[in-house]
Write a protein that binds this ligand. Structure first.
Ligand code: NDP
Length: 333
């Protein structure tokens, strides 16, 4: 009997919030690796907000997912068969074929991990793309300098919690975070944020004014919408915003309102700069050295939220969009 593997396909394109009907759990034969490939049994799968954009049939910086095909994204698994030099059965590898139990991966796109260096899940969080996003967005895109005041939105999430802590480690005078619950606010203060607020508690503009009465120099934007408008209002002359994500609008079915105060960008000479992490790959070496050092020294902490079972991957993905995660959302297969 052929061994089987479970995988999650995109059954249809969501309109607005994805629902269970947009996903299908499909049984397929376990694939066979060809020359230069390895067969991996996935252990951890990353679910990320950007995947919502790939579910639309729209031109973007990555091609859309195909309807009827398996979804994909970051994952870590153990090699069970290898047709590639340099990768052996038992090796743990980081690769891009998530949303499935077994994956055939080109050796060239698999990175062998050393579990002695760090818990491997960290390679999907602080030591991976999320870490580089926070690092590059803050230090290269927003060019944060010591002594500045920084505001981070979705601050209890994976990228946000790292961005806020990196800001402190790099000498920010004050770091403010916003998040979606009192428990998350408490966690931000425990992670070393100087102030934090629940954005449901009142107009963001007012909460931000209370948390940063003298204004902000840098805004790390994960949310867009009202958050961006409030930040533009709070930014001081020559302030900078790194536009990383706009999660408030990923499920919108109508065009979302733009910040109404864009004229302040002129009068205050602000810089609002969007970025995609892959444009900053040249920083990888420096980032990994610094981030590993902070983690080893216990100077930077990261949270993880686990959902168990491959079949629950769509729920885990929806959970990230709904804010059910503290830190990085991962599926344990
Ligand atoms: P997170 O771990 O931060 O999870 C997303 C969080 O967004 C949720 O936990 C939720 O927390 C918050 N959220 C959801 N809806 C809203 C809303 N309407 N208003 C305010 N907050 C909301 O995800 P990531 O760390 O993976 O990603 C963070 C952001 O960075 C995303 O926008 C993502 O698209 C972007 N990103 C961009 C990259 C780039 O290259 N530019 C690379 C990687 C990520 P809460 O409970 O606080 O609402």
């Amino acid at each position: 009997m052929t061994a089987e593997s479970l995988e999650i396909h995109l059954a249809s394109r969501p309109v607005g919030w994805p629902t269970a009907e947009n996903f299908a759990l499909v049984r397929v034969p376990v694939p066979t690796p060809g020359p230069g490939q390895v067969l991996v049994r996935n252990q951890l799968i990353s679910v990320d907000p950007y995947m919502r954009g790939r579910m639309n049939d729209a031109k973007s910086y990555v091609p859309p997912f195909e309807v009827g095909a398996v979804l994909e994204g970051g994952a870590i698994g153990a090699v069970v068969a290898s047709e590639a030099d340099g990768i052996a059965p038992g090796d743990l590898v980081l690769h891009g074929k998530g949303w499935r139990e077994y994956a055939v991966v080109d050796a060239a796109s698999a990175r062998v991990l050393d579990p002695e260096l760090a818990p491997v899940s960290a390679y999907l969080g602080p030591l991976g793309g999320n870490g580089l996003t926070a690092y590059a967005g803050l230090l290269e895109v927003a060019a944060m300098k010591p002594g500045e005041t920084v505001f981070v939105s979705a601050a209890a999430g994976s990228v946000g919690s790292l961005a806020g802590q990196i800001a402190k480690l790099k000498g920010a005078a004050r770091v403010v975070g916003s998040a979606g619950s009192a428990a998350k606010v408490e966690r931000l203060l425990a992670l070393g944020f100087d102030a934090a607020f629940d954005y449901h508690d009142g107009p963001i503009r007012e909460s931000l004014r209370t948390a940063a009465p003298d204004g902000i120099d840098v805004y790390f934007d994960n949310v867009g919408g009202d958050h961006l408008e409030a930040a533009i209002g709070a930014l001081r002359t020559f302030g900078r915003a790194a536009l990383c994500g706009a999660i408030a609008q990923y499920n919108a079915t109508e065009p979302t309102p733009a910040p109404r105060n864009l004229a302040a960008v002129i009068t205050k000479r602000l810089t609002l700069r969007g970025f995609i992490v892959t444009d900053h790959a040249a920083l990888s070496g420096q980032f990994l050295r610094e981030m590993s050092g902070w983690l080893r020294a216990g100077e930077l902490r990261y949270d993880e939220t686990f959902v168990d079972g491959l079949e629950n991957t769509p729920d885990a993905f929806l959970g990230v969009l709904r804010g059910e995660n503290l830190g990085k959302m991962l599926v344990r297969v």
